[in-house]
Design a protein around this ligand. Structure first.
Ligand code: MG
Ligand code: ZN
Length: 351
């Protein structure tokens, strides 16, 4: 009888995921503020080339927040991570003030390993949308506190001060009950065999790429993919090119380009992994466009580009979504940013 039940559950499992397939890995890449023009600008600056040309499907995502045409990264991060539109500034909660679980939580409940990487602080709005629930993104110390008891297995990002120099006097990194091993370097992060590992790269927000930010995002992703792959479990990882947005706010084309180029290389690492190992869905998108950038001048032979900005803030234009791998076809078309959550959930559940 027991064997019969086991056999039945094996059959239903293989029906859900095909004869030999296991649930797919997900590599979700968010270029903060990476609108179509930011991509185009980076592409021309990069010898008319981007890793995004290798994707199988392209879609468009509508980014507006609840009651606001122009979203911020908290509302759009929450929309993609948790599947509901909310107010600007709100993380992991819907417009009725209810806490809502993220796709990372959903994957963790299915037995996935999980990871978050960012070139901002790890408590910044975009990564926080995958593990925190706060009514304002400015509650960095509360967000740090929530990370320490979250479903995130591996994380790399800046903002160490929110863990160590806090208004409540606690040092979260010295808490002996913490499940996290805190690495002091990427090498230590790589060599550690702990189940949960964090690496806080900078005390404050990390500097610009052009100012020598280390470790490089592609290296952070390779190191983490190695760990996730060795776990033998399916995995979900979100990797953010955080500062494409900051280049937009600064109305600084070279800043946008250098941040995009690092993100572009990171996308290359993700695609290479997916091609080598298979059964890996790679999705690349943005939370919104920043700066209202228009590319109006340039010289293709010299890889020179220049453009003009319309705002120091965000714009409401739709942003592209690129997908590769199992269920990639789900991401073609035009849809709300909340549908990204639903599509990712469908990809891992196949109910
Ligand atoms: Mg961000
Ligand atoms: Zn922004």
């Amino acid at each position: 009888m027991k064997n019969y039940i086991l056999l039945l559950s094996l059959i239903s499992f293989s029906l859900s995921f095909g004869q030999t397939e296991t649930p797919p890995n997900i590599i979700f890449l968010i270029g903060d503020g990476m609108g179509l023009t930011q991509i185009t600008t980076g592409m021309y600056a990069n010898n008319n080339n981007t890793e995004l040309e290798k994707f199988e499907y392209v879609g468009l995502s509508k980014t507006q927040a609840a009651r606001y045409l122009v979203t911020d990264s908290a509302a759009s991060g929450t929309a993609m991570a948790c599947g509901e539109k909310t107010y600007n500034g709100v993380i992991g909660m819907n417009s009725k003030n209810e806490k809502i679980p993220s796709i990372l939580d959903h994957c963790a409940n299915l037995g996935y390993k999980t990871a978050l990487l960012a070139t901002s602080s790890i408590v910044h709005a975009t990564p926080a949308s995958f593990y925190a629930h706060v009514d304002t993104r400015k509650k960095y110390e509360e967000i740090a506190f929530q990370l320490m008891s979250s479903n995130v297995d591996y994380f790399i990002g800046g903002g160490k001060k929110h863990f160590t120099r806090r208004d409540d006097g606690k040092n979260l990194l010295k808490n002996t009950d913490s499940p996290y091993k805190i690495a002091e370097s990427l090498d230590e992060y790589i060599s550690s065999t702990a189940d949960k590992i964090g690496l806080l790269t900078y005390y404050e927000e990390p500097p610009k790429k052009s100012m020598g930010r280390e470790p490089a995002l592609p290296d952070m992703l390779s190191a983490t993919l190695d760990k996730l792959n060795q776990s033998g479990k399916p995995f979900f990882i979100m990797t953010e090119g955080s500062q494409i947005d900051w280049g937009g706010h600064a109305n600084d084309v070279p800043y946008v380009v250098s941040e995009f180029l690092e993100f572009n290389q990171t996308i290359g690492v993700a695609l290479e992994f997916a091609k080598k190992h298979g059964n890996t869905l790679v999705v690349v998108t943005a939370d919104h466009e920043t700066g209202g950038l228009a590319l109006t001048k340039g010289n293709i032979k010299r890889n020179q580009v220049s453009g003009g900005f319309n705002t120091k803030g965000h714009s409401a234009t739709m942003v592209p979504v690129f997908s590769y791998g199992p269920a990639a076809e789900q991401f073609a078309g035009i849809y709300e940013n909340t549908a990204i959550f639903t599509k990712l959930k469908t990809a891992v559940s196949k109910e």
